[in-house]
Design a protein around this ligand. Structure first.
Ligand code: SAJ
Length: 402
């Protein structure tokens, strides 16, 4: 039996996937409300294919509880925040979960950490906990997740994976467990290498997006079309530039690279600058809004609406979202009034928020597309008489761009 600890964006799909592939799974989370929602037969976030997977896992007998289980294998997938000042990873939740596991784990149990941590965190923060408690019998493993929100179920099945372990036998045992559902290649390596690969993968993407964002700024300065330029450059066989955007959100690409800056401040220069470039994009968008308003002779900010609150298209996750960053920036400038709407966000989370597309559009003259949800793509005719500022390059017609 596998006890999956932490039933969030990664833990839940992983637990469901294992369960629906014949592994006996009990999911544990300290959040009682979350556990009772799952036990009442509901998933806790929206994701393509998740509800179907949930039903299969229920049929297969998955259980959810707040209690840690006595078993031989644990998978820990709790969040790893970072300290905004030092930029270093804060392993408090992983450490707390490991401590709780140790209270019940039998001798020689395997403890797999899936949460993203910076290289050396397991050696610095987790291993000492095992040593303090005289539990060096525990087999530590790091198996970082790689799935992308919006396509999680498919990627869980098809992505290649990395497993870091102290010895080959443990690595192979955990590889076998993940092979129950994973159709990709599974590489077994050491723990520090596994920690580093995960952070490097997300850093690579962050730096590439930062490059695209920098190009967007250069092109804006000299009136060139950044999208056309990237499109042509990407026709070169060895060039693959990502897309500029209103900023970088999510709990991964906008966070993990900071771990390297925090740990290697005098070495991680390109990464540091890239992160600052990405973090500066919401302000860049705010300045563009101001510019466009001036050009159009608009003076009333409350006639401008931001479409999209989530960090990217077709997900309901708002963590570190560019729109929230932009609204914070508006506030820092002692301003207010921008209207906001997102079909995925049903709760009221910001001022001037709408829950109906038509009402939102009725009350504005200029729409800023911050997120390319399918909903807006299917409703372009409703934007006909609006000034459109498209930060995502999804709208084909006449509009303002980054
Ligand atoms: N973005 C751009 N331009 C692009 C691509 C993305 O501005 O060309 C923005 C998005 O709009 C979003 C942010 O970047 O705000 C991040 O989105 P994403 O789709 O690039 O990635 P995430 O954060 O949803 O998921 C990433 C993935 N990592 C990589 O692709 C290397 C995923 O595989 C990881 O599992 C995930 O991080 C994670 O949990 O670490």
């Amino acid at each position: 039996m596998i006890n999956v600890i932490g039933l969030g964006y990664i833990g839940l799909p992983t637990a469901l996937m294992m369960s629906s592939h014949g592994v006996e799974v009990i999911g544990t989370d300290y959040n009682k409300e979350l556990v009772s929602t799952l036990n009442a037969g509901h998933t806790t976030f929206k994701e393509d294919g998740l509800d179907e997977l949930f039903q299969e896992a229920l049929k297969a007998g998955i259980k959810f509880t707040t209690e840690y289980q006595v078993t031989d294998t644990y998978i820990v997938s709790v969040p790893t925040p970072y300290d905004k000042f030092s930029k270093k990873v804060d392993a408090i939740y992983v450490v707390a979960a490991v401590k709780d596991v140790l209270k019940v784990a039998p001798k020689n149990a395997t403890l797999v950490v899936e949460s993203t941590v910076s290289p050396g965190t397991i050696a610095k923060s987790i291993r000492p906990v095992l040593e303090e408690q005289g539990r060096t019998d525990i087999n530590l493993v790091h198996a970082p997740e790689r799935i992308i929100p919006g396509n999680m179920v498919y990627e869980l099945l098809h992505n290649n994976r990395t497993i870091g372990a102290d010895d080959r036998a443990t690595g192979e045992k955990v590889k076998e467990l993940y092979s129950s559902f994973c159709q990709g290649d599974i590489v077994v390596t050491d723990i520090k290498t596994a920690e580093m690969t995960k952070v490097v993968e997300n850093t690579f993407r962050a730096v590439n997006i930062a490059f695209a964002n920098e190009l967007a700024k250069i092109c804006r300065h000299d009136n060139m079309d950044v999208y056309e330029i990237i499109k042509i450059c990407n026709m070169h066989p060895r060039v693959n530039i990502l897309q500029p955007g209103p900023g970088v959100g999510g709990h991964c690409i906008s966070v993990d690279p900071w771990f390297l800056v925090g740990d290697y401040p005098s070495l991680a220069k390109v990464i540091d600058e890239s992160m600052k470039t990405n973090d500066g994009m919401p302000d860049f968008v705010l300045n563009r809004i101001h510019e466009i308003m001036r050009e159009k002779g608009m003076t009333d900010v409350s006639r401008v609406g931001l479409y999209g609150l989530t960090y990217k298209e077709n997900v309901d996750d708002m963590r570190e979202s560019p729109t929230l960053q932009l609204l914070e920036s508006q506030e820092r400038h002692l301003a207010s009034g921008l209207k906001v709407y997102d079909p995925f966000i049903v709760k009221d989370v910001v001022d001037n928020q709408y829950h109906d597309l038509d009402e939102f559009l009725n009350d504005i003259d200029m729409v800023v597309i911050m997120v390319g949800h399918n909903e807006i793509k299917e409703n372009y005719e409703k934007l006909r008489d609006k000034i459109i500022f498209d930060t995502r390059h999804i709208y084909d017609g006449e509009c303002y761009r980054l």
